[in-house]
Design a protein around this ligand. Structure first.
Ligand SMILES: [Zn+2]
Length: 267
């Protein structure tokens, strides 16, 4: 190997080593990170527009208002003033909800019966917001895509990206659209999102104990086949066990919340 090439590789490795790691606030877990926050938020906003353009917004104004209300309360405690929050209710049988980087939230009408009340919705939204704040999508992109492909895709944006790249980006954020490319988040990401999400739910003034009941309803509804927005791992039983371990801390946060809403409105 010639010296210049070797020096080039060494400097690249140094750059990756210097920029390639970050820490999840709230859990302290170290994560591989080759994507900047601004790149991720740009992709998040593009992916959100893409989903909204291909789906039908619900005309149920009552429930759309509930989505906004619960979403704003979760956003208020998530402490990301740089996010440009948006909350939409999509008309679809899919049992699904997501939050993209930048605070772009969507709830599908198919999941409303399982949510059952505002506290159940807050539990799901808290979980989805936690995926965005802990940068799980960007971490997954960092893990799965080569640096070169990643940089090409990021610099071109979703609009000009190849179909493969688009699918990869949307999948990394946990969006399946209609083509079944949704990649399940890892067990680590799911449990981390549950843990942080429970805190957001409690800090927003919703009874965190409803999160356990929500996962039980999810388990009953899924009867063997997990809903789209859940991965097959961890099992609902593992999630519930972790939530129960975290419940004392969550109840303290709930009691300290400036406004307590209990379960909120039910439907
Ligand atoms: Zn999740």
């Amino acid at each position: 190997m010639s010296i210049p090439r070797c020096a080039f590789l060494a400097s690249m490795l140094t750059i990756v080593a210097m920029t390639g790691c970050s820490e999840v606030s709230g859990t302290g877990r170290k994560q591989l990170m080759l994507v900047s926050t601004s790149q991720e938020m740009k992709l998040g906003a593009e992916a959100y527009q893409e989903v909204l353009a291909s789906e039908k917004l619900s005309t149920n104004t009552r429930m759309a208002a509930v989505v906004k209300r619960v979403g704003q309360r979760i956003a208020a405690v998530a402490d990301r003033p740089d996010f440009e929050w948006e909350f939409n209710l999509i008309e679809s049988d899919q049992v699904n909800a997501f939050c993209l980087p930048g605070g772009k939230i969507a709830v599908y009408t198919g999941i409303l019966p399982i949510m059952k009340n505002e506290a159940g919705m807050a539990a799901v939204m808290g979980h989805e917001v936690a995926h965005a704040i802990a940068r799980h999508g960007a971490e997954r992109m960092s893990q799965q895509l080569s640096v070169q492909v990643l940089q090409e895709g990021l610099s071109r944006g979703l609009g000009n990206a190849s179909p493969m790249m688009r699918k990869g980006v949307l999948g990394a954020f946990g969006i399946g659209t209609n083509v079944g490319v949704m990649l399940p988040f890892s067990r680590t990401h799911e449990l981390e999102a549950d843990k942080l999400g429970l805190r957001y739910c409690a800090m927003a003034g919703y009874d965190p104990r409803e999160a356990v009941r929500l996962w039980q309803r999810m388990k009953d509804a899924s009867s063997g086949k997990p809903p789209e927005f859940l991965s097959t791992h961890p099992s609902e039983d593992n999630r519930i066990a972790q939530l129960e371990d975290e419940m004392d801390d969550a109840m303290d946060l709930y009691e300290d919340a400036s406004d307590q809403h209990g379960l909120g409105e039910s439907w």
